[in-house]
Write a protein that binds this ligand. Structure first.
Ligand code: SG7
Ligand code: ZN
Length: 233
């Protein structure tokens, strides 16, 4: 697996386009993007709250420090997002700091990516949640109890992820949508992005600790829209 890239220096983003093994980092529908909220179009996109078939409390199995992010993996494959007749399985979530997507140029302290995968078409749906300092979201209460300090280190986790907060924000909050890519090599262009406008709260210690363990500024710069439309609802 290609893993020779970084967020800075000689193997930084400019180098990503030259990576072998089918890098799509130089493609035309890349992520992340800046979301110009004034240009977003009132959307008739498909994602609805009823499409989230999530368990109330889901066991987290494992956490890994992969040198690019801290990633928590789920035990069950029971959290399903049903979209356009396809079933996307919630696999993992991970962090970027500061955020990768920006809202009218504004970067949030943290962005959480809930990665859903559909094996038949090899495509992804990523739900992006911004986080800022505030009262700790129930969903992420366990974060500081299991942290892999060293690159390559992974740890068993025994904790429950409770999705009530993000799901209730989804009910009333604004959601942005566009078609893009993975934000890391190989930048595969098969990702439907859904970005929740309203940030979740995390304790300052949680944000600081995650930052400590990840590369500084583990975000990719905004990519050109190339005519893509961002919709909202
Ligand atoms: C993180 O971002 C990891 C990757 C993820 C990548 O570095 O969480 O996950 C694994 C399993 O390597 O790549 C295929 C994939 O999920 C890109 O994901 S992102 O576009 O949501 N940032
Ligand atoms: Zn990510």
């Amino acid at each position: 697996k290609t893993d020779v890239w970084a967020y800075q220096g000689e193997t930084g983003p400019k180098f990503w386009t030259r990576l072998e093994e089918g890098s799509e980092c130089g493609g035309i529908r890349q992520s992340p993007i800046n979301i110009n909220t004034f240009k977003a179009i009132a959307g008739d996109f498909d994602l609805r709250l009823s499409d989230f078939h999530y368990e109330n409390a889901t066991e987290v199995k494992n956490v890994i420090n992969n040198g690019h992010t801290i990633e928590y993996e789920f035990e069950s494959e029971n959290n399903i997002l049903k979209l356009a007749e396809r079933q996307y399985i919630l696999k993992q979530f991970h962090f970027h700091s500061p955020s990768e997507h920006t809202l009218d140029g504004v970067r949030f302290p943290l962005e959480i990516h809930m990665v859903h995968f559909e094996p038949e078409t090899n495509s992804y749906v990523v739900l992006a949640l911004f986080a800022k300092q505030g009262e700790t979201s129930k969903t992420f209460r366990f974060l500081l109890d299991y942290l892999p300090i060293d690159i390559g280190e992974s740890k068993e986790v025994s904790a429950l992820c409770d999705f009530e907060d993000p799901l209730s924000t989804l009910k009333t909050g604004t959601l942005y949508h566009y078609e893009g890519s993975l934000t890391t090599p190989p930048c595969t262009e098969s990702v439907s992005w859904y970005i929740l406008k309203e940030p979740l709260g995390l304790a300052p210690e949680q944000i600081d600790r995650l930052k400590d363990l990840m590369p500084i500024n583990n975000y990719r710069l905004a990519q050109p829209l190339n005519g893509r439309i961002v919709s909202f609802k």
